[in-house]
Design a protein around this ligand. Structure first.
Ligand SMILES: NC(=O)c1ccc[n+]([C@@H]2O[C@H](COP(=O)([O-])OP(=O)(O)OC[C@H]3O[C@@H](n4cnc5c(N)ncnc54)[C@H](OP(=O)(O)O)[C@@H]3O)[C@@H](O)[C@H]2O)c1
Length: 248
């Protein structure tokens, strides 16, 4: 597919779902991968073992992405072990849905802290090293619901819309240093987050898509691998959907 040998990648939310598929694929393409997790230590370790079995190196790293100190610590740990960070994928995310007339300030704030501030924290922490190296690939994971909004998701849609604006602004800040920044917008993907939707909403998501099926984490990982590769070196500031035509 693509050669990522000698590349060092950080994948936030690499313990489960889309992030785990991304970490495994980048590792199988030769990248050394720092697999971030918050609570799922065993699952992060399984991803690390799979990458090592495929012949590359990996380590699991606990960090709550909403903490800037945690982000700096993780970026420093990857740098100490491998000397550099070339690729950042921000897949850590959560939803905590509720209609706006019932959403609590806590519900709003936690989703903003994890999904939006968590993305900032990691881009901020890798940016100096990437600028110095004059190479970098930043790939954020947004959602089609950050583009179109969704019933019951004002917090999530605001965070994911913010991720898109942040990615475009970061592309402008970092472009001169040859650091590309792109955002991937999945539609309905079968993960624990996707599965947590009520059956009725899952069916609506499938019916909305022109391909009439849910996506797999690997569908998202394939695009991320391309964006991380040399081949994508002239693509920056883009938002690319992986949604089976759910939001055309
Ligand atoms: N599934 C979908 O249909 C879909 C659609 C569009 C966009 N997305 C986006 O894709 C990304 C991955 O989603 P997913 O479906 O793979 O979700 P998932 O299966 O629920 O996995 C969520 C991941 O995020 C991590 N995470 C959550 N809070 C964290 C925190 N505070 N600090 C560090 N890590 C944290 C989890 O780590 P621990 O378990 O270790 O805590 C886990 O690895 C998210 O940004 C999500 O918004 C998903």
């Amino acid at each position: 597919m693509f050669d990522l040998k000698n590349r060092v990648a950080i994948v936030t939310g690499g313990s489960r779902g889309i992030g785990a598929a991304i970490a495994r694929l980048l590792g199988s393409l030769g990248a050394k991968v720092a697999v971030n997790y918050n609570k799922s230590a065993d699952q992060a370790e399984a991803v690390v073992e799979a990458i090592k079995a495929a012949g590359s190196d990996a380590m699991a790293c606990q960090a709550d992405v909403s903490s800037y100190a945690d982000a700096e610590r993780m970026v420093a740990a990857a740098g100490e072990r491998w000397g550099t960070v070339d690729v950042l994928v921000t897949s850590a995310g959560m939803n905590w849905d509720g209609v706006i007339w019932k959403m609590t300030p806590e519900q709003w704030q936690r989703v903003i802290d994890v999904d939006l501030t968590g993305t900032f924290n990691f881009i901020r922490a890798v940016a100096p090293g990437m600028r110095e190296k004059r190479f970098g690939r930043v790939i954020t994971i947004t959602s089609i619901n950050g583009l179109r909004g969704k019933f019951g998701q004002v917090n999530y849609a605001a965070a994911k819309g913010g991720v898109i604006g942040m990615t475009k602004a970061a592309a402008k800040d970092l472009g001169k240093a040859q650091v590309t920044c792109n955002s991937v917008a999945p539609g309905f993907i079968l993960t624990e987050m996707g599965e947590s939707m009520p059956d009725e909403f899952k069916q609506i998501a499938i019916d909305e898509g022109v391909l009439k099926k849910a996506g797999k984490p690997e569908d998202v990982a394939a695009l991320v691998a391309f964006l991380a590769s040399e081949a994508a070196g002239h693509i920056t500031g883009e938002v690319i959907k992986v949604d089976g035509g759910q939001y055309i």
